[in-house]
Design a protein. Sequence first.
Length: 223
Amino acid sequence: MSPMKRPELAQRIQAILDEHFPAPPIPLDHADPFSLLIAVLLSAQCTDVRVNQVTPILFARANTPHTMLQVPVAEIQAIVRPCGLSPQKAKAIAGLSKILLEEHNGEVPTNLEALERLPGVGHKTASVVMAQAFGVPAFPIDTHIHRLAWRWGLSSGRSVEQTERDLVRTFPREHWNKLHLQIIHFGRAFCPAMRHVPAQCPICSWAMSKARQATEAKQRGRR
């Protein structure tokens, strides 16, 4: 753990993120809450680049819950196959479209719990939609943000759930949505999962403790 106290550590990290990514774009192309919901669902175990290649084809075929329900699940599956897990994702897209029509007047709900009840929508997906579609403060944690928060000494790294609790306690609520995007972009640019060189990272070079560097090196050695 860095000897720096966590509030000071967070403030310095936030300043670096603001310097490198002052206005981070949303990585997934979308036109409205429904298209964002589908894009985030498709991004599970898939790159945003691949999702952005697939969604224009899907949304040209159907871009509302009503029109999506007119598309056979097998056809949805064929379109989203490049994103992986296509049987589950196609079934979820059809299922959530039906629920949106039957229970929410064809609209994506603005309530986290209602979103989490939709097929294929977990806490992280629901949080992304709340943050990026509706502007409600949320701190969605994926495996990449989980890894960086551990490297930087902002969380114990015990679980994604613990990392979310640590980050929402550490950073001001009004910054959560922006920080979520900043950390994603920063990780891609400077702090990758593989071939990570702490000395070359603008944050890990000073924030990552020797103990955490040794732990990560040991984990790499076991792979």
